[in-house]
Design a protein around this ligand. Structure first.
Ligand code: PEP
Length: 252
């Protein structure tokens, strides 16, 4: 039985005061939830305080990126041991905005995901096609490429910690959600790819999130699909009431 996981990607939003206010409100509302894993991923500068603030509740904290070297002359970067040392538990890698604006490739996503594991953390590995790829019938090829490339060299043991987020790029921040059926079709395909790469037990056990304009109104139908185990939420994670409602509705 796969435990559901709802993660909020705050992207580059929230000042320190706003971040503290959001965590405080979430803590009050859903800080006792244990039926699903709840994760918030604030910008790097707020990670320490988010960890401190959420210490006495069930909300875990994740980062939005990581660099693959552990230390050194890499100005502006943040490493796995640094994240571990402050109590971060998850790291998003390969988000489409990183692929689109920061030159991320399957190869660099793979290096980052390995660094996450090496640091003892859990990677949320994002995959997803852009609109032109979907419209030209290449969705499955792109997803196969993203999954096999991002997880190249991973062992079955590594996969126990990996979460894959399927995020059709055309549905991110656009208000256009993939229908539950469209999302399920791709999630099922990801399990088939995992079956070929690893084995049935791994394919069955890996948690797969959907991401792309998830809201309190559509989460229940999405997680009712047999292969969807939760959501990676952008916009709707920036407000306590909508994120808390998504968490609650994912359990009903
Ligand atoms: C995301 O940024 O991962 C995302 C899915 O954004 P949104 O929910 O705003 O579409």
């Amino acid at each position: 039985m796969r435990k559901k996981i709802i993660a909020g990607n705050w992207k580059m939003y929230k000042t320190a005061a706003e971040a503290a206010e959001l965590i405080a409100a979430l803590k009050k509302d859903i800080g006792g939830v244990t039926a699903v894993d709840v994760v918030v991923c604030p910008p790097f500068v707020h990670l320490s305080s988010a960890v401190e603030q959420s210490r006495s509740c069930s909300i875990a904290v994740g980062a939005q990126n990581i660099y693959w070297e552990e230390f050194g002359a890499f100005t502006g970067e943040v490493s796995g041991p640094m994240l571990t040392s402050i109590g971060v538990k998850y790291v998003i890698v390969g988000h489409s905005e990183r692929r689109q604006f920061f030159g991320e490739t399957n190869e660099t996503v793979n290096k980052r995901a390995r660094a996450v594991l090496k640091a003892g953390l859990k990677p949320i590995v994002c995959v997803g096609e852009v609109l032109a790829e979907r419209e030209s019938g290449r969705t499955f090829d792109v997803i196969r490429d993203h999954v096999t490339g991002s997880l190249a060299g991973f062992t079955k043991e590594d996969m126990l910690k990996v979460i894959i987020a399927y995020e059709p790029v055309w549905a991110i921040g656009t208000g256009k959600t993939a229908s539950a059926q469209q999302a399920q079709e791709v999630h099922k395909f990801i399990r088939e790819v995992l079956l070929k790469m690893f084995d049935k037990a791994t394919a069955d056990a890996t948690r797969l999130q959907y991401g792309g304009s998830v809201k309190p109104e559509n989460i229940a139908e999405l997680v009712a699909q047999p292969d969807i185990d939760g959501a990676l939420v952008g916009g709707a994670s920036l407000k306590a009431d909508s994120f808390a409602a998504i968490v609650r509705n994912s359990m009903s």
